[in-house]
Write a protein that binds this ligand. Structure first.
Ligand SMILES: [Fe+2]
Ligand SMILES: [Fe+2]
Length: 375
């Protein structure tokens, strides 16, 4: 009776949409729904102890009381790092790219961007489509919603750099497919993240649960905690020599986000392991580190077949191993690369952008160059 009459000429132009009519329109009210099944619990206050990271049954539309106040803190802090790529002056970068970088440096610069552009889209899709919907506490979802926005901002930032500097877009965006060493990293990410993206995933099934946690561990600890964190360092090395300082400053803003992303992700993983009483298979974890280290080494050797001034492939790979050990330690997992050294001791300092105090006063017109960043 409620069904729309699509044979009506007024509707004929849109008749193919019939398949999209929500089923609810044709469903008669059932005598067994509503009053009988109206859950009494839906009006009861949310008991904070019942909230769970995943597999929870509490009302996901009720923010507080917080069971995970640290997640809300992450959200508040994330909002302090608000910028757009238009706020950074890129004039000098245009000149540097075309007139100051040598071929090897241009190769490094372009391929770092080629990897990052693809990676941030992947990051956005993973958090927005695979991870967020599985969280059953709204304070976690709210930070992840912010994270989705930030990943989109990062993609805009790379696009802004590519466009402003005048790099051929169709070529650079396609590079991750045609350069095997970039493709290898993206393939690993696709494979490990797709495992969580599947609509078949049932987190009450222990195998699926372990698969999801491994996927989120990969995402937080490696994809964001190592590959992004260390991924900016070749451009920071140029910045330290006074080159491509606008792009590098953009990356510093991104890095500040990424530090929070991996920190948050690792806390979520830790919490799930506790709540679900799950222990990850050490061999699977070890295989993951080894696979990703090999891919990173291949990528570094492609980026830097020969060293550029102040940066080389060996240090890049060693820094990956050093960071991997630190991420593993945070989760009380065995260190995958014992003895790895901090090959880029300046990287931590580089992550600390020192403009925030006067950010809005110094944007664009009073832009302070990288020289104001103290390393
Ligand atoms: Fe990102
Ligand atoms: Fe991220």
């Amino acid at each position: 009776m409620n069904k729309l009459d699509w044979s009506n000429p007024l509707n004929s132009a849109v008749a193919p949409r019939e398949a999209l009519i929500p089923e609810v329109i044709t469903v008669e009210p059932s005598s067994t729904t509503n009053q009988e099944e109206e859950p009494v619990a839906s009006t009861a206050p949310v008991n904070v102890d019942d909230k769970r990271v995943i597999n929870g049954l509490t009302d996901v539309n009720q923010l507080a009381p917080f069971k995970y106040p640290w997640a809300w803190e992450y959200f508040l802090n994330a909002n302090k790092n608000h910028w757009t790529p238009l706020d950074v002056n890129m004039t000098q970068d245009v000149h540097d790219y075309h007139h100051k970088l040598n071929d090897a440096e241009r190769h490094v610069f372009e391929n770092v961007l080629a990897y990052l552009t693809t990676s941030d889209i992947l990051a956005m899709r993973n958090i927005g489509l695979a991870v967020m919907e599985k969280m059953t506490a709204p304070e976690l979802q709210i930070y992840q919603a912010r994270q989705v926005f930030e990943e989109a901002m990062h993609t805009w930032t790379y696009q802004h750099c590519i466009e402003t500097i005048g790099i051929e877009q169709s070529e650079i965006y396609n590079r991750y497919r045609v350069v095997p060493e970039i493709n290898a990293k993206i393939q690993i990410a696709n494979r490990r993240l797709n495992a969580a993206l599947s609509s078949e995933v049932d987190l009450r099934n222990r195998d699926d649960l372990e698969c999801f946690v491994m996927s989120y561990l990969f995402f937080a600890a490696i994809f964001e905690g190592c590959w992004f964190y260390n991924g900016f360092s070749p451009i920071f090395a140029l910045q330290r020599r006074g080159l491509m300082k606008g792009t590098a400053e953009q990356l510093q803003y991104i890095m500040r986000d990424e530090i929070m992303h991996y920190g948050f992700g690792m806390k979520v993983v830790k919490e799930i392991l506790l709540e679900e009483k799950l222990t990850l298979d050490p061999k699977s974890v070890s295989d993951m580190w080894q696979e990703c280290e090999a891919a990173e080494r291949g990528y570094a050797e492609f980026l830097l077949p020969e060293p550029i001034l102040g940066y080389n492939a060996g240090d890049h790979s060693e820094q990956f191993r050093y960071l991997a050990n630190r991420r593993a330690k945070q989760l009380k997992l065995e260190q995958p690369f014992p003895g790895a050294e901090n090959a880029l001791p300046w990287l931590n300092e580089q992550a600390n952008l020192r403009k925030e105090k006067n950010f809005f006063e110094t944007r664009v017109t009073e832009y302070q160059t990288g020289a104001s960043l103290n390393w």
